[in-house]
Ligand binder design. Structure first.
Ligand code: SAH
Ligand code: SF4
Ligand code: F3S
Length: 485
C-alpha cells in the first residue's frame, strides 16, 4: 500500500534521484518502458511468477516484489512458464535449500526454450556466501541474485540485470535503511501481514535466521499505524503483525514503545476486526502483553509460543534463555487469564546431545501444555551456527524415531482439543471458495482453525457467525445461523 504515483510523468532520461523511495519510482518507470516495448514486440503481455519458500516474512516480502512487478507492467502468473521467475528462498533447514536447487534444474530447461526469460533469486538463502558461490559456478543461467536487506531495490536491480549479459549480484550484510512507501500486491484482499520489525538478535544456537536477516530493527509506530489505516481503507479486516520476536518490539526506537503499547494503538484503528501476531519468544512475553490481550476485543485468542525443547539442559544449549519451569508457568498464567486461548508451538527433535531423558521432558511439556497444534521439526545442522560444531550430533534414525513419537502425541492432543469446540457458534472469517466443494466457503476461527461452511463468493472477506456442527480432526464442518445449512 502506498500513495499511487504516476510513473509515466517521471523523466527517465535524467539521472536517477539519490533519495529513496523516489529512486525506486524512477527505476520502476524505466522498467515499465522496457516491459511495454517488449510486449509490443512480442504481441503479448510479459508474465512474471513469484515463488515463495519459507515463513510469513518471506510471504510478505513476496507481496512487495509482486507489487513492484505489477507497477512495472508484468502480468502475474502462477506457472513458472513465465518471462520472469523469481524465487524468494528460505534456508532455515537443509531441505529448504534442496528444494530450491531441485526446482532451479527445471527452470534451466524452460530458459532454453525461452531465451528472453529472466531468472532472479532472493531471500534468506542468498545471504549465505557459499550458496551464492555455488549458484555462480553451477547455475550460470540465473540473471539476478539479491538478499533480504535490499528487496526494496528490486526495480533498480531488474534494470541493471536487463542491461547486463552476466549475472548481477547485490547482497548486503546488514539492513542500511527501512524504505517505506513502496507498492505491494496482497495475496488476499481482506487480510495482510504487516512487518513491525526486521531481523533477530537472539542467536538461538541452532538458528541461521540472525545471520541471514541481520540485527533487530523496529519500524516507527507511526509508519506501522499509517500502513494499517491504509490497509483498512482498502478492505483489510485482519492483520498479522510480523517479527521474529515481536515481544522485543520497540526497544531500539528513538522513543521506545513496548509491543503491548503498540497493540493498544492498533486496536483503535477502525475497520480492523482481527489482530494476530507472530512470533512470541517465551523469554520476554510480558504481563503487560497478557493484560492487553485479555482486554482486547480484536486480538485473536491465539498465541504461537515456540517451545523448541522441554529439557532445561537442552534449552540452555540452545541459548533460549528460559527453562522448562518458566515455560510451564507462562502457560498456566496465559490459561488463567484467557481460558479460551489457543496455544501453538514449534518443537525441534534431535538437537545435539539430546538424550532419551531430554526427549521425555519435551513429551512431558507437550502433555502438560496441551498445545492446540505444534510444528515439529527434525534438527537440521546449519553451517555457521554454534550448534553445528557441537559434539554428539544425534543419528538420524534416533531423531526420526523420537520425531514420530512426538508427532503422534501432538496430533492426539490436537484432535482432542479441536473436538472440544464442537457445537459452539463462533466468528469465522470467510477466506475462499472450498477447493473440493463449490457450495462451501473455507474460513478461519480466531484460534486459526479451519472451518468449511455453506456460502457464496460475495461473503468472502467478512466475518460470519458459524456453528461448528462437526469436527473432522483438524477442521470443522459448520452451519450458518441465519438459515443456510
Ligand atoms: N523467530 C521464531 C522462529 C523462526 S524459525 C522463534 O524464535 O520462535 C521457525 C522455526 O524453525 C523455529 O521455531 C524452530 O523450531 C525451527 N528451526 C529453526 N532452526 C532450525 C534448525 N536448524 N533445525 C530445525 N528446526 C529449526
Ligand atoms: Fe531463530 Fe531464535 Fe531468532 Fe527465532 S528467536 S529467529 S529461533 S534465533
Ligand atoms: Fe526461512 Fe528466512 Fe523465514 S530462513 S523461515 S524465510 S526468515
Amino acid at each position: 500500500m502506498y500513495n499511487e504515483i504516476d510513473l509515466d510523468i517521471i523523466d527517465i532520461n535524467s539521472e536517477p534521484p539519490a533519495e529513496e523511495p523516489g529512486r525506486q519510482y524512477y527505476f520502476m518507470a524505466k522498467c515499465r518502458r522496457y516491459v511495454k516495448a517488449e510486449s509490443e514486440r512480442l504481441g503479448r503481455p510479459l508474465t512474471a511468477a513469484v515463488v515463495t519458500f519459507g515463513c510469513q516474512m518471506n510471504a510478505r516480502d513476496s507481496e512487495k516484489l509482486a507489487g513492484i512487478l505489477e507497477e512495472i507492467g508484468y502480468v502475474r502468473t502462477d506457472t513458472e512458464d513465465a518471462d520472469l521467475v523469481i524465487y524468494n528462498t528460505c534456508t532455515v533447514r537443509e531441505n529448504a535449500n534442496n528444494k530450491v536447487y531441485g526446482r532451479l534444474g527445471g527452470l534451466q530447461h524452460r530458459k532454453k526454450k525461452n531465451p528472453h526469460m529472466r531468472i532472479a533469486l532472493c531471500g534468506c538463502m542468498m545471504q549465505e556466501p557459499s550458496v551464492v558461490e555455488k549458484i555462480r559456478e553451477s547455475y550460470r543461467f540465473v540473471d539476478l541474485i539479491f538478499g533480504t536487506h535490499n528487496i526494496y531495490k528490486f526495480a533498480e536491480l531488474l534494470d541493471a540485470a536487463g542491461d547486463s549479459d552476466s549475472m548481477v549480484t547485490d547482497i548486503w550484510e546488514e539492513g542500511r535503511q527501512i524504505v517505506e512507501e513502496l507498492p505491494s500486491d496482497r495475496k488476499y484482499s481482506f487480510k495482510s501481514g504487516v512487518n513491525i520489525m526486521y531481523g533477530c538478535n537472539n542467536f538461538c544456537s541452532y538458528c541461521i535466521v540472525p545471520y541471514v536477516r541481520g540485527r533487530e530493527r523496529s519500524r516507527e509506530p507511526d509508519d506501522i499505524i499509517r500502513e494499517i489505516r491504509r490497509l483498512a481503507a482498502d478492505g483489510v479486516v485482519e492483520i498479522m503483525l510480523l517479527g521474529q520476536n515481536v515481544n522485543s518490539y520497540g526497544k531500539n526506537l528513538k522513543d521506545p514503545l513496548s509491543f503491548a503499547a503498540l497493540l493498544e494503538k492498533i486496536e483503535q484503528i477502525e475497520g480492523i476486526g482481527r489482530i494476530r501476531f507472530m512470533t512470541s519468544h517465551p523469554k520476554d512475553l510480558s504481563d503487560e502483553l497478557i493484560g492487553v490481550m485479555q482486554r482486547s476485543e480484536k486480538i485473536c485468542r491465539h498465541l504461537h509460543l515456540p517451545l523448541q525443547s522441554g529439557s532445561s539442559r537442552i534449552l540452555k544449549k540452545m541459548n533460549r534463555r528460559y527453562d522448562k519451569a518458566h515455560y510451564l508457568a507462562l502457560v498456566d498464567k496465559l490459561r488463567a487469564a484467557m481460558p479460551d486461548l489457543a496455544l501453538t508451538t514449534d518443537i525441534i527433535v534431535g538437537f545435539p546431545g539430546e538424550t532419551e531423558e531430554d526427549f521425555m521432558e519435551t513429551m512431558d511439556v507437550v502433555r502438560k501444555a496441551r498445545f492446540d497444534s505444534a510444528f515439529t521439526f527434525l534438527y537440521s545442522k546449519r553451517t555457521g551456527t554454534p550448534a553445528a560444531v557441537m559434539e554428539e550430533q544425534i543419528p538420524q534414525e534416533i531423531a526420526k524415531e523420537r520425531f514420530d513419537r512426538l508427532l503422534r502425541e501432538v496430533q492426539k492432543i490436537a484432535a482432542e482439543k479441536s473436538a472440544a469446540l464442537t457445537g459452539l457458534t463462533l466468528p469465522v472469517l470467510a477466506e475462499q471458495i472450498n477447493e473440493q466443494d463449490q457450495s462451501l466457503l473455507t474460513g478461519r476461527l480466531g484460534n486459526n482453525s479451519v472451518v468449511h461452511f455453506p456460502g457464496t463468493a460475495d461473503m468472502i472477506g467478512k466475518i460470519w457467525d458459524v456453528e461448528l456442527a462437526e469436527c473432522r480432526g483438524f477442521y470443522y464442518l459448520g452451519r450458518r445461523k441465519d438459515g443456510l445449512s
